[in-house]
Design a protein around this ligand. Structure first.
Ligand SMILES: [Zn+2]
Ligand SMILES: [Zn+2]
Length: 382
């Protein structure tokens, strides 16, 4: 399967500032000038430059021996999974869905792809703010979109767009002016509900309900949902198996432990729920070829000992997100071959991300597994 990370920023889309872009351009200019200066004083150096500059400038630019810094991007959560059988699975519809959708439309024209499965983690805005900008919702011929998720996620999409009930209310237009009638796509909702909740008298939405414990089968691919801990908001992760390979998608998950300061201010059962979800996460990750995790904070930022960027140092316990250090603990038994850390804090600058990326590279050196920061546009074939 081919996995493409279209959005890896957390909470709010965030891009390099004009100042960061200018600093990058100045660094490239300085490196180019230094490259020329080193060669200009000797005959062999001049010959090298003459040979180089006879070629088209674009071609030379791609071959200059500079290390370009990695770009991380700033779209919010969206991951695309294409299977070898041509099925397309989308995980979350954050702002990254816009670019994901452009790629799907390209395939739509080439291969008549007209059906996708969208699995939502939870109802928060950063995981659904790409839907009204996604070309696949407005395509002709239209797409059929199967939407899987918890009841809160489906209810939110229905109240914002009328996707399943085909009814609108004042709430439909609170975020933007688009509703289901403006979209050509047909949406079919499938709620993933835990067995223990099956008997509860929840108002049923206009969608199917299936047992959370039963994997969803799409061709030869299985998608197994599991619960994350994201405070009082219900949140799901997914383990995807295809062709003998395993990819685990886990976003917006917080690991609480008995010693975590600030626990007293949380719900009484918060610690139990988080511990249970974290144990399940360790289980579902066993033997994973690739796993994506929420590592929005460094531990000191989480505990309020230091701020993020220029922001104030405030404790973030109970906000529903994980720490980079939790992920390093989780991967250390070496049962996950490749771990990606995402849901980058919107305040985290490009430079700060590069610094963390460097530390993760050092951490991974000499180990038989790898941990790195996730980047928008990153493609991994399993
Ligand atoms: Zn989020
Ligand atoms: Zn969230």
């Amino acid at each position: 399967m081919r996995i493409t990370f279209w959005g890896t920023r957390g909470s709010c889309p965030s891009f390099p500032s004009p100042g960061e872009v200018r600093a990058y351009a100045e660094n490239v200019s300085a490196a180019t000038i230094a490259y020329v200066q080193e060669r200009i004083h000797s005959e062999p150096g001049l010959a090298e430059l003459r040979e180089l500059f006879q070629r088209p400038s674009r071609e030379v630019a791609t071959e200059l021996p500079f290390d370009h810094p990695p770009g991380f991007g700033g779209e919010t959560t969206c991951v695309g999974v294409e299977t070898s059988e041509g099925h397309t699975i989308i995980l979350d519809c954050g702002s990254g869905l816009r670019a994901c959708s452009a790629e799907i439309l390209r395939q739509h024209r080439e291969s008549n792809l007209d059906r996708v499965s969208l699995f939502g983690s939870h109802s928060h805005l950063d995981h659904r703010n790409g839907l009204s900008f996604a070309g696949l919702c407005y395509a002709d011929p239209p797409f059929e979109i199967q939407v899987f998720g918890g009841s809160e996620f489906l209810s939110m999409l229905d109240s914002r767009f009328g996707l399943f009930s085909h009814t609108t209310t004042a709430a439909t237009y609170e975020d933007d002016p688009v509703d289901y009638a403006a979209m050509t796509a047909s949406f079919h909702g499938i709620e993933l509900r835990a067995q223990s909740e099956q008997q509860e008298l929840k108002p049923a939405g206009p969608w199917e309900v299936r047992n959370l414990a039963e994997p969803v089968v799409i061709g030869s691919t299985t998608v197994s949902p599991f619960r994350s801990y994201h405070g009082s908001t219900e949140c799901l992760g997914y383990r995807i198996e295809h062709g003998g390979k395993v990819f685990v998608f886990s976003t917006d998950h917080e690991k609480l432990s008995p010693g975590t300061p600030g626990l007293a201010g949380l719900d009484r059962d918060a610690l139990d729920k988080s511990v249970r979800a974290d144990q399940e996460l360790v289980e579902v990750c066993r033997g994973a070829d690739l796993a994506y995790f929420d590592g929005q904070y460094l531990r000191a930022e989480y505990l309020g000992q230091q701020g993020i960027g220029a922001g104030p140092a405030i404790p973030r316990v109970g906000w529903g997100h994980g720490c980079v250090e939790d992920i390093l603990d989780r991967v250390s038994p070496g049962e996950i071959k490749h771990a990606l850390i995402g849901h980058h804090d919107p305040e985290r600058s490009w430079l700060a991300l590069m610094e963390i990326a460097g530390r993760l590279e050092e951490f991974s050196t000499g180990r038989d597994y790898e941990v790195e920061l996730a980047r928008d546009g990153q493609v991994i074939d399993l």
